[in-house]
Ligand binder design. Structure first.
Ligand code: SAM
Ligand code: SF4
Length: 332
């Protein structure tokens, strides 16, 4: 029997679930994690693969058909391909994507592809090792590049490069990244820096907006041509390059919020449902999973979470309250 869909008070239909599988990471991007003294969740607090699979089955029966695996860095979670293959078998799941920093991708790309992963987003903020180290406070750009090309070799057709844009740090990376993506036929998306860092360093002045990046690209490559928008809930606004070679997208959560079409729900690595990156409230699925709750109870929790979704994140409103948890604990 078809169950009730996850529709909120504004009529937004939630078919997209982002699953964080760990809060751990092998690098330390300043916009997401502290550099040291990090208190990771004890491993027994993280949802097991069985628990994640159960949550997804309940969500899929309520209309969720797209998943994104994230973290922390999802590739540091042991046996990840096993989870992907379990999720790929769930009735109703049509698309499973993964967001990764790419450092461990060369070793795991083939197993992930064979397990049924549909798409990869790889974070690449620049092409210079110096920029990489300034942002991540670790070495490793070459490993990320190896990961990107290995993923292509093993069969991933849809590879998207995500670049967080930061005023004073990544301006010089914009044009080289665009050349790189065009040359190798990768999709490229620029993301505005959001107030989800753990060191309270975010300031509006550090946001390199999509509009500024677009001007830089147009000066180099000619006018960008607005691309078709097959999925109105997609966060990015996409453009084609004037010469028809490749496209570029902008995710502008700060300067152009897209909350009115948001269809996304999240579950943190330790099993808390969230209805927004910026939500200050969570719904405890782990307690239900480990306390004998039924699938109906889990579904009700999902509906409660959806019912409480706010119209928008309010970053630019005077009463904006930054979530207590930084990005790595939520799952981007
Ligand atoms: N570790 C993986 C990675 O970096 O791709 C997955 C998790 S990461 C939290 C997901 C995405 O969020 C990455 O593309 C990352 O660059 C982005 N991100 C992290 N903190 C951000 C922030 N404060 N503002 C904008 N994007 C951010
Ligand atoms: Fe790790 Fe991703 Fe956060 Fe960077 S953005 S610290 S790679 S979880």
């Amino acid at each position: 029997m078809k169950q009730q869909q996850l529709i909120d008070r504004l009529g937004r239909v939630h078919n997209n679930l982002r699953i964080s599988v760990t809060d751990r990471c092998n690098i330390r991007c300043f916009y997401c994690m502290p550099n040291e003294a990090i208190q990771f969740k004890p491993r027994d607090e993280l949802l097991t693969f069985e628990e994640i699979t159960r949550v997804v089955s309940v969500a899929a029966a309520r209309g969720v058909n797209r998943l994104r695996i994230t973290g922390g860095e999802p590739l540091v979670r042991a046996e990840l391909p096993d989870l992907i293959s379990r999720l790929a078998e769930i009735e109703g799941i049509e698309d499973i994507a993964l967001t990764t920093n790419g450092v461990l991708l060369a070793d795991q790309a083939a197993a992930l592809y064979q397990a049924g992963l549909s798409r990869l987003n790889i974070s690449l903020d620049g092409l210079q090792e110096e920029t990489f180290q300034r942002i991540t406070r670790r070495e490793g750009l070459q490993r990320v590049l190896d990961g990107i090309f290995t993923a292509r070799q093993v069969g991933f057709e849809k590879i998207r490069l995500n670049a967080v844009a930061i005023q004073g740090i990544t301006e010089e990376e914009i044009i080289p990244l665009a050349h790189f993506a065009r040359t190798h036929a990768f999709e490229l998306r620029f993301i505005e820096f959001m107030p989800l860092d753990s060191e309270q360093r975010w300031e509006t002045s550090q946001v390199l907006t999509g509009a500024v990046i677009r001007d830089v690209l147009e000066a180099e490559f000619g006018a960008l041509v607005p691309a078709e928008r097959p999925d109105p809930s997609q966060p990015a606004v996409d453009y084609d390059f004037a010469d028809g070679k490749g496209s570029v997208g902008f995710i502008n959560p700060v300067s152009q919020p897209f909350c009115s079409a948001c269809n996304r729900l999240r579950i943190t690595a330790e099993g808390q449902f969230r209805n927004c990156l910026f939500s200050t409230v969570e719904w405890d699925a782990r307690q239900l999973l480990r306390g004998g709750g039924s699938d109906e109870d889990l579904a009700q929790l999902l509906h409660d979470c959806v019912d409480h979704k706010q119209p928008g994140h309010g970053i630019d409103s005077p009463g904006f309250e930054k979530p207590e948890r930084p990005m790595y604990q939520i799952g981007g």
